[in-house]
Design a protein around this ligand. Sequence first.
Ligand SMILES: Cc1ncc(COP(=O)(O)O)c(C=O)c1O
Length: 295
Amino acid sequence: MITTGAQQAISLCAQLLLEPGVGVAVENPGYRAAGCAFGLTGATVHGVAVDSEGLDCTALAALQHCRMAYVTPSHQYPTGVVMSLARRLELLAWAERSDGWIVEDDYDGEYRYSGAPLAPLAALDRSGRVLYVGTFSKVAFPALRLGYLVLPKQLVEPFSRARALMVRHSEAGTQAVMAQFMAQGHFQRHIRRMRRAALSRRNALIAGWPVDIPGVGALPEMVAGLHVKVDVDNPERERWLVEKALDAGVELNGLGDYWLPGAVDKTAGLVLGFAAVGESGIAEALGKLRKVWRG
Ligand SMILES: Cc1ncc(COP(=O)(O)O)c(C=O)c1O
């Protein structure tokens, strides 16, 4: 099903598969706009921790009446964790056991810099429990509002009927242009170009990242995606660093923005997007950060 971006795909999943009284698990920290879309249905949104292998499936299995899990396995938003194969299989087993749905948001899967990508949950799914969300927002641009939902067979009819009542059908002009772009071979080249550009920007960030700022961790390895999370000692330090950066004209986010309200055991960090700024802009921004953070 073609959608107006990942967000509409996520909202459709929410509206059609959730209802008041059921639970939905979201990664915590995570993509808040997904949690908000699920919350609008009256379902109970449970934040589930993310460790070095992805969503904590033991915590997920302990939730009562949980009907859905929303995950970003190819590059967790915002921590950047790639979900391990073992964890993918565990999550699929949960869905099978509990008749649950998995919403797999592959928002930036085109950006992988080293190693072979792991199979998406949707490709490992043997029992029709995974709804795969894709978008052109990161590989083209967000204002295009073009995304898609790959549905298990049994959901195609009900989703199509509901979508027809909500928006009739998707706008056709943009799809026609994108289809031609693909058919003529431009899209594959474009993805490669975008991946190279993002890689150079990632490398500029690695080259210039200030390594001796008190309370700020080293850059982790960045094998995928368009952003990185850097650990910070505590939330106070995080707030100070973000404020100083904004004062200097450098936009970055604190990890605090990504937790569900009331989350306990919150860790602190900085979330840096590196794809929308050229190498010289990144070097300049890092110079400013070095100055204000040391100051
Ligand atoms: C994890 C995640 N999912 C989905 C989206 C939204 O994508 P779209 O613009 O296709 O609605 C974003 C946007 O930043 C995102 O970070």
